[in-house]
Design a protein around this ligand. Structure first.
Ligand code: AMP
Length: 191
């Protein structure tokens, strides 16, 4: 099974490139951000808790998000080509939990695709996306907070996965097609 982590700052293109990978390789997509937004839309207790973090550009606590991820992973049957993890893990604790969860299924992370994009570009992409996404966190103020959170809590994962020999840096600026061509080369080398 292919277990791909798509990694990068908010606005780096994880969702866009995930969509292309799903089409190309028939992978399942798990986006913790999408799961949380669905909870908010359905006005669940979890959604209420999550919104208070998301609207401030902060991470939802590890224990909550790890439980959510485990539940979603369990809901995917055994007969799948693989999974794209989008927006998870975002902390070292989450990465360790993911390793354990996959290990328990006789699986492991195949590769971590790191989309590397400059800060100014990230913020302008998020502001542009905010015009149509309807996401309350797609505005300049929250985008800058999300970036701070990314640098302090999520970027350390790059070294974690370099240490595991899993990290592949992809230049995340350029056309969507060019970026996907680089990703495709990486995945094709794995299968
Ligand atoms: P995203 O759609 O991946 O940009 O996620 C939107 C927001 O959901 C983030 O800014 C966090 O507040 C929250 N979130 C999504 N995934 C995680 C995660 N793995 N850990 C903690 N918080 C998360």
């Amino acid at each position: 099974m292919l277990n791909i982590v798509i990694f990068g700052a908010p606005g780096s293109g994880k969702g866009t490139q995930s969509d292309l990978m799903i089409k190309e390789y028939g992978l399942e997509h798990i986006s913790t951000g999408d799961v949380l937004r669905a909870e908010i839309k359905n006005e669940t207790e979890l959604g209420k808790i999550a919104a208070s973090y998301m609207d401030n550009g902060k991470l939802v606590p590890d224990s909550l998000i790890i439980d959510i991820l485990a539940g979603v992973l369990d809901s995917k049957g055994g007969d799948i080509n693989g999974v794209i993890f989008d927006g998870f893990p975002r902390t070292i604790a989450q990465a360790e939990a993911l390793n354990k969860m996959l290990e328990g299924r006789g699986e492991s992370v195949s590769a971590v695709i790191g989309l590397e994009v400059e800060d100014d570009e990230l913020v302008s992409r998020i502001i542009a996306r905010g015009k149509t996404s309807g996401r309350s966190d797609d505005n300049e103020e929250t985008a800058r907070k999300r970036l701070e959170t990314y640098y302090s809590q999520t970027l350390p994962l790059k070294d974690f996965y370099i240490g595991e020999n899993k990290y592949v840096a992809i230049q995340g600026q350029g056309s969507v097609e060019e970026i996907f061509a680089d990703i495709k080369r990486t995945i094709d080398a794995l299968i």
